[in-house]
Design a protein. Structure first.
Length: 244
């Protein structure tokens, strides 16, 4: 049945798809909004798009980690054929992760970032760009000639520089960026020291700002949740440093 859909109709369908965990449908509806209504998304639309890509990617990365752990556990117990089949399935997942990350990066670089306003919107999209290049950098075996880690670093640096100028230290988008940037240093650069330095600086700045003007902290619940995650990671990373 052919139905003419307005922007609100597409947003409603995206919300229903999100509730049903049909995340590719969410992405498709929001891409249609971009095509029919222009590249600037509302906050609701932007958040739905981010969550949809995040959930799809998280599922694939979890599947990859499961098989990776199984390979290591079963390496002495499995037959050569079984190990080969595990590798085949792992490579399929890697290709799915690669395709999904390149899809969101293409949307960001060619459509959303060029149309973004300065401030929170630009930081939000630039952070996403850093995140998905970071996921791609984890799969460098697929693309050894691409310096994906450097592209991720450039995206995070650009986003963080913009966040320091335009967003308060307690803003959840700035805090989320700082947390993911620190994860980049830990996971990709293998530097818990640099991860701790960045995360602690962001943590201390946010706590200081909140202490000075608690009434001005917007989205307090979101900020507190990210600060807790940051604190947990700081404890883990500091433990790694202490163990040498």
């Amino acid at each position: 049945m052919d139905v003419t859909l307005s922007r609100l109709d597409r947003l409603y369908l995206a919300k229903i798809a999100d509730q049903a965990e049909r995340y590719q449908d969410v992405i498709n509806q929001l891409k249609d909004i971009v095509i029919t209504s222009g590249p600037q998304l509302t906050i609701d639309e932007r958040n739905l798009l981010s969550i949809a890509y995040k959930n799809l990617t998280a599922t694939l990365r979890s599947s990859w980690r499961t098989i990776d752990a199984l390979q290591k556990k079963e390496v002495l117990l499995s037959t050569r054929q079984e190990l080969k089949l595990m590798r085949v399935q792992k490579e399929r997942i890697e290709k799915d992760i690669d395709a999904l990350c390149r899809d969101v990066v293409d949307l960001l670089e060619n459509t959303l970032i060029p149309a973004a306003n300065d401030g929170e919107e630009m930081v939000f999209y630039s952070k996403m760009r850093g995140d998905y290049y970071r996921y791609l950098a984890e799969l460098t075996r697929l693309h050894p000639k691409e310096n994906l880690a450097s592209t991720s670093l450039e995206a995070y640096k650009s986003a963080y520089k913009h966040a320091l100028i335009t967003l308060s230290p307690t803003h959840p988008t700035r805090l989320g960026l700082a947390l993911n940037f620190a994860v980049y240093f830990h996971d990709i650069m293998r530097s818990p020291e640099r991860a701790c330095h960045l995360a602690k600086h962001a943590f201390d700045k946010a706590v200081s700002a909140a202490s000075e003007s608690p009434a001005t902290v917007a989205n307090l619940e979101d900020s507190l949740m990210i600060l807790q995650l940051m604190r947990d990671d700081l404890i883990l990373w500091q433990g790694e440093i202490n163990r040498g």
